[in-house]
Design a binder for this molecule. Structure first.
Ligand code: 3HC
Ligand code: NAI
Length: 702
């Protein structure tokens, strides 16, 4: 099948890229486009050209699989688009780009080499390369400022966020928004269009050095704010600066050089890994293609923190929601929180007041199970108590329609035990949302022993419909994310007992790139919540394991964290954590009483003990089959636990660091810190073979 089609309609050559699913510029596409341009040039019956995308979109960019090969120094090299772009600009007949869906990355770079651009109102245009740790590599940093101005170009390349057609029109990036049929509209436009100046010759918006200086300074500040530790956004500003100061060809050379440096960086490798990891997580062997259309009505039990957030996530996706509580006061409080959260979104410009009313109208509060028999999925989000959950599941088993998904939002409890009280364990599944559930992208889908493939497929489809990343986890205590979180959390507590301070640990972790430090997280999630989970999961009951000394004392003191204004830190009006000498004294005294010889602890030790604790447990989760792939673990940590995308997730970070080095350090910890540092068997095996977790994934995939 040809990747580029060619048809002539009413004197206009309609050239369409046809490379499903997203018309990426894979090998063959640029060549196909060039051949079509040559054909149109020599076709006497053609007076103008329309370039578009077949199927659901324009061109979504360079082929990221090719970029991944480049990152690892494999394959024939990157997308060489220079000849194509020049041919587009040099066309003696006007070229109109007709955009629907998305024109992203290399797709937008192709579009801006044409003489004109028209787009459907629903189209999105962007330079999202920074999401992959790279800069635009097909002259986008040189042409975009010429069309849209320096400031817009900086914003688009640094933020990576696409803009809508209306914004693109206002910025001068497109020439017309087409209503109705895009092909017909673009042909009509092309028939009337005179040959326009080549984009690279339009220098009118490039500005002077004096005008641009504050724009570049603001661009660097934006890069530092949005993506503090990342190279690519800063380098994109540098490339745009070249557009403003160098002749076009020289600017292009500078861009190519920066692109080539970025694409082989660890940050690019990590972010490209994260892109494919997220998509791989949706593919589950033995589970058919899911359909979300099966879900129209969701019923939720519990309108607390999680139930309320899940109700918002569902209403945002247009689903009808039944929201049940036990008492009117709890229901009213839950609804008030939902309304307040929506009002904040209106204030921040995310929704209009009308959007909010529409969403609220989808949420039906109630104190009984009325209409629950019409629900396609019932999600339980009551307190984390096995007895209570069992009671609820026996109640819903009696009323849910056959085929209804019976889901629990438990973060730690056994799905099999919950399912055991129903007559239909094959319909029971874990749907573990993260707080705040209307914001966080991760949704762990927990498969019980009996959960049917259809129920898993529909739950995964529901995740996608809610715009979340569903990751399948097995039913072990804590599933993937929280099972790994506990050794990580406890290790940070041992670090402060050994001599660090909470502030120092948190600073080292955020310095590594974590969104928050562990003690700030514990204070936010609630020291009381963590205490209850410990009781329920029976942590530290076995003899001989090192038990953290301070968390139970904070709990007993009523220092529950942010909610009480005091926890590991104290909090003022601004909710910023402030070190508390009382806590530091409590830690020091408790440690000394337990005979711990406190010492100065460096940031490297903090990061290694924290992150390697995650990796070691992750290796166990993987080998025991509770995660399908190492990359699934990465997706969990990137989307649910604030692990930095530019480090690719804990397992990918381990691969980049080298499993041999990690194992050596863990073995040293085992000698110096005790048996909790026993290396995971899979880590031992892979390190001995000289392999990484990626090789393990690849082998199992094959
Ligand atoms: N290259 C290769 N594969 C791509 C791709 C790309 N640019 N974009 C999407 N895909 C693949 C996905 O891997 C997925 O494959 P799968 O079905 O085997 O899992 C499939 O297309 C569908 O993708 P999504 O599941 O993401 O589909 P959505 O409809 O949810 O989203 C999208 C579509 C908005 C286009 C989204 O895929 C996306 O954002 N893609 C990345 C776009 C991008 O970053 N482009 C810039 C690339 S870098 C570049 O162009 C460099 C240049 O400057 C030289
Ligand atoms: P919460 O205490 O805020 O809310 C629980 C709600 O359930 C309360 O409003 C309570 O009145 C209600 N409830 C109790 N019994 C009920 C019944 N029989 N019918 C209807 N409503 C009933 O608790 P939260 O934090 O929302 O947690 C709920 C579940 O979600 C727990 O299993 C928890 O482990 C899990 N979870 C919590 C996360 C968090 O960060 N808070 C994150 C992920 C999961």
């Amino acid at each position: 099948m040809s990747l580029v089609t060619y048809n002539v309609q009413d004197g206009v050559a309609v050239i369409a890229v046809d490379n499903p699913p997203v018309n990426a510029l894979s090998p063959g596409v640029p060549e196909g486009l060039e051949a079509a341009l040559d054909r149109a040039a020599g076709d006497a019956g053609v007076k103008a050209l329309v370039v578009m995308g077949a199927g659901r979109t324009f061109i979504a960019g360079a082929d990221i699989a090719v970029l991944q090969d480049m990152a690892w120094g494999k394959g024939p090299g990157g997308p060489v688009l220079h000849d194509l772009l020049q041919k587009l600009e040099d066309s003696a007949k006007p070229v109109v780009m007709a955009i629907h869906g998305t024109a992203l990355g290399g797709g937008l770079e192709v579009a801006i080499a044409g003489h004109y651009r028209v787009a459907l109102a629903s189209a999105q245009l962007g330079q999202p390369e920074v999401n992959l740790g790279i800069i635009p590599g097909a002259e986008g940093t040189q042409r975009l400022p010429r069309l849209a101005g320096i400031e817009k170009a900086i914003n688009m390349c640094v933020s990576g966020k696409p803009i809508a057609a209306s914004e693109a029109l206002a910025a001068g990036l497109i020439d017309k928004v087409i209503e109705g049929d895009l092909t017909a509209g673009a042909i009509a436009f092309a028939q009337r269009a005179p040959l326009a100046a080549k984009t690279h010759e339009r220098n009118g918006r490039l500005g002077t050095v004096a005008e641009n200086a504050p724009l570049f300074a603001a661009g660097l500040a934006l890069a530092a704010k949005l993506r503090p530790s990342q190279e690519a956004p800063r380098r994109a500003v540098e490339a745009i600066e070249a557009a403003a100061t160098l002749p076009f060809e020289e600017g292009c050379r500078r861009e190519r050089q920066i692109f080539a440096e970025c694409v082989v960086s660890d940050q690019a490798k990590s972010l490209i890994h994260a892109f494919f990891a997220e998509r791989a997580a949706a593919k589950i062997p033995g589970i058919g293609k899911p359909s979300a259309s099966a879900i129209a009505r969701v019923a939720i039990i519990g309108a607390g923190t999680m139930g309320g957030g899940i109700a918002m996530a569902c209403a945002n996706a247009g689903l009808s929601v039944l929201l049940k509580e036990t008492k009117a006061e709890a229901l009213d409080a839950g609804l008030a929180t939902i309304r307040r959260n929506y009002e904040t979104s209106v204030k921040r410009g995310r929704f209009t007041a009308q959007d909010v009313e529409q969403r609220l109208a989808l949420i039906h509060p109630q104190l009984d199970y009325a209409s629950f028999d019409s629900a396609d999925v019932i999600i339980e989000a009551v307190f984390e108590s096995m007895a209570l959950k069992k009671q609820i599941f026996s109640e819903i088993d009696a009323i849910a329609r056959p085929g209804c998904i019976l889901a629990s939002n438990t973060s730690t409890l056994s799905i099999d035990e919950i399912a055991s009280v129903t007559a239909r364990p094959s319909s029971v599944i874990g749907m573990h949302f993260f707080s705040p559930a209307n914001v966080m992208r991760l949704l762990e889908i927990v498969r019980g022993r009996a959960t049917s493939p259809e129920i898993i497929a529909t739950a995964m489809a529901l995740a996608k419909h809610l715009k979340k990343v569903g990751v399948l986890a097995g039913n072990c205590p804590g599933f993937i994310g929280n099972r790994m979180f506990f050794p990580y959390m406890y290790e940070t507590q041992f670090l402060v007992e050994d001599g660090a301070t909470p502030k120092q640990v948190d600073a080292a972790l955020t310095g590594f790139g974590m969104a928050m430090g562990m003690f700030a997280v514990d204070d936010m999630a609630g020291i009381d919540v963590a205490w209850r989970v410990r009781q329920e999961m029976g942590h530290f009951r076995e003899p001989g394991v090192r038990k953290p000394l301070v968390q139970d004392q904070l709990y007993a003191m009523g220092r529950y964290g942010q909610k009480t204004g005091k926890g590991w830190y104290t909090y003022g009006e601004d909710r910023k954590p402030v070190s508390d000498p009382l806590v530091e004294e409590l830690i020091a005294t408790s440690a000394r009483t337990a005979g711990i010889a406190r010492r100065a602890i460096g940031d490297q030790e903090i990061v290694e003990r924290s992150v390697y604790a995650l990796i070691n447990e992750g290796a166990r989760v993987l080998e025991e089959g509770f995660a399908l792939r190492a990359s699934d673990i990465d997706v969990v940590y990137l989307n649910g636990y604030g692990f930095p995308g530019w480090r690719g997730g804990p397992m990918f970070y381990a691969d980049l660091t080298g499993l041999k080095k990690i194992l050596e350090t863990i073995e040293r910890f085992r000698r110096e810190l005790g048996p909790r540092w026993e290396p995971a068997p899979l880590l031992l095996k892979l390190a001995a073979e000289g392999h990484g977790f990626r090789d393990y994934d690849r082998e199992r995939e094959a």
